[in-house]
Write a protein that binds this ligand. Structure first.
Ligand code: SF4
Length: 92
């Protein structure tokens, strides 16, 4: 993961290629955590996104606590972030 993190997503260059930009359908990337259908809809768009990896990395590095980023829910990201921090701690 990159060490130079931009915390405001509006200034992240990868966002220009995001599949969710311009999505006019009724798709929420901040769905109710219990709404599995809405989560699946957002994840389906992320699945075709050319910058999903960059998006996920950004969300983990900046510890985004809500929303679907890089095709992952907050709970899924917490697990990835925990492993990422453990790796950093092991390496130091
Ligand atoms: S991975 Fe999903 S949330 Fe992230 S930029 Fe792509 S479509 Fe948007």
């Amino acid at each position: 993961m990159a060490s130079n993190v931009t915390f405001d997503v509006r200034f992240s260059t990868w966002r220009e290629d995001a599949a969710c930009l311009g999505v006019v359908e009724d798709v929420s990337f901040f769905p109710d955590p219990e709404d599995l259908s809405a989560i699946a809809q957002a994840k389906a768009i992320c699945a075709s996104c050319p910058v999903a990896s960059e998006c996920l990395t950004w969300a983990i590095e900046t510890n985004q606590s809500e929303g679907i980023w890089g095709g992952h829910t907050p709970k899924e990201r917490r697990s990835i972030r925990r492993r990422w921090i453990e790796e950093i701690e092991r390496a130091s």
